[in-house]
Design a protein around this ligand. Structure first.
Ligand SMILES: Nc1ncnc2c1ncn2[C@@H]1O[C@H](COP(=O)(O)OP(=O)(O)OP(=O)(O)O)[C@@H](O)[C@H]1O
Ligand SMILES: [Mg+2]
Length: 230
């Protein structure tokens, strides 16, 4: 579904990501873990087209999208949920979802309903301003909004950052459910336990390089902790 090949990304004179290879097979959940500043967000921004790749290739569904704009990648089936539980704070939760559903045309209403089935807690919050929701609720809203675009691949940047454990479990369940429905997921996480429980493959990124990778699953936790020296 997504292949990053020899990707180099940076800001100005600073090189941040140094030749990263990552593959997200169809319907798989792939976790990228690494410490603060390792380059995880930078890598995702290049994957979704918000930052240019200095060299290397981004393949989406087998097609080279390296030089395409973000909206073109969205049209090709990619959705991105940035770090930080972003939403339109002055709009209600429903309006946050509806504005994407409106763009999605005839599929919009059904997808909105399916997104709410995935996060039933949101149903009781639809009239509340998004800015007044908790961090966990806002994260669910952001994922729901991305799903209404009808993606084949969803890219999630630290969906559990700063969120209470019970909501983390709900988000984990939702990710597993989405993958079992055939959606591919690229997940950036610092919570090793959560990331491995949800994923079929993992990568550890340190200082912009992949320093370990392998099959996901909780059994790998020792290997990942050793690779990350935690
Ligand atoms: N806009 C920018 N301009 C210059 N340097 C940046 C910019 N954004 C990030 N960086 C630098 O790039 C490096 C990687 O940052 P990045 O945000 O990708 O890390 P991260 O792994 O996502 O960290 P975190 O876990 O804290 O989210 C850091 O050294 C950071 O300071
Ligand atoms: Mg980040």
């Amino acid at each position: 579904m997504l292949e990053l090949r020899g990707l180099h990304v940076g800001y100005g004179r600073t090189a941040v990501v140094h030749g990263v290879d990552i593959e997200v097979p169809d319907g798989a959940v792939v976790a990228v873990m690494g410490h603060n500043g390792a380059g995880k967000t930078t890598l995702l921004r290049a994957a979704v087209g918000l930052l240019p790749a200095r060299s290397g290739t981004v393949l989406l569904g087998g097609e080279d999208v390296t030089r395409t704009r973000p909206h073109q990648r969205v049209r090709a089936g990619l959705a991105y949920v940035p770090q930080g539980q972003q939403s339109f704070g002055q709009l209600t939760a429903r309006e946050n979802l509806q504005l994407v559903a409106d763009v999605a045309g005839s599929q919009g209403a059904r997808r909105l309903d399916e997104a709410l089935d995935l996060f039933p807690a949101l149903r009781g919050l639809l009239t509340r301003r998004a800015g007044l929701l908790s961090g966990g609720q806002r994260q669910q809203l952001a994922i729901a909004r991305a799903l209404i675009t009808g993606p084949r691949l969803i890219v999630l940047d630290e969906p559990t950052e700063g969120i209470q454990p019970s909501v983390v479990a709900e988000i984990e369940d939702a990710i597993v459910q989405l993958a079992s429905g055939g959606l591919s997921v690229l997940l950036v996480e610092q919570h090793v336990g959560f990331a491995l429980a949800a994923s079929s493959h993992y990568y550890v990124l340190e200082s912009g390089r992949v320093t370990a990778h392998g099959a996901g699953g909780v059994a790998q936790e020792g290997d990942v902790r050793a690779a990350m020296a935690i």
